[in-house]
Design a protein around this ligand. Sequence first.
Ligand code: FES
Length: 158
Amino acid sequence: MGVYSEKVMEHFRNPRNVGVIEDADGVGTVGNPVCGDLMTMYIKVEDDRIVDIKFQTFGCGAAIATSSMATELAKGKTLEEALKITRQTVAEALGGLPAPKMHCSNLAADALRRAIVDYLRKKGDFDRIKQLGLEKELEKMEKGEEEEDHEHGEVCEA
Ligand code: FES
């Protein structure tokens, strides 16, 4: 078996939900502090559910595969459920990722979280932002910080 699971390779070769939603309800962008790659997620929300989602990335193959999987996991979920998608959830759904590439899967989960915050702030629903524990994220977004805090020691071997 290679370094990547069959599922990772399959999502890399045939990524789901790539592109832009022009009239998105929420847009979230993050930069990866480890490698400098970028990711943007677009969501459409109806009745508190993510009814459509697309992503664009300047990331590596693992970022493409994890984003593809994250969008599949997020579609149809309520905002609260979608916020539970972490890099671990995504990596597990893909049958694992090599440790040096785990940082790539941060991009999808973080950009999705930001897209949700963006949707709520556009709606002016700051109570919900508080209730979901997203105030810090909002603060960072308002300050224009693109990067998330991540554990030190992660390396990029792309
Ligand atoms: S996202 Fe930058 S190396 Fe994977």
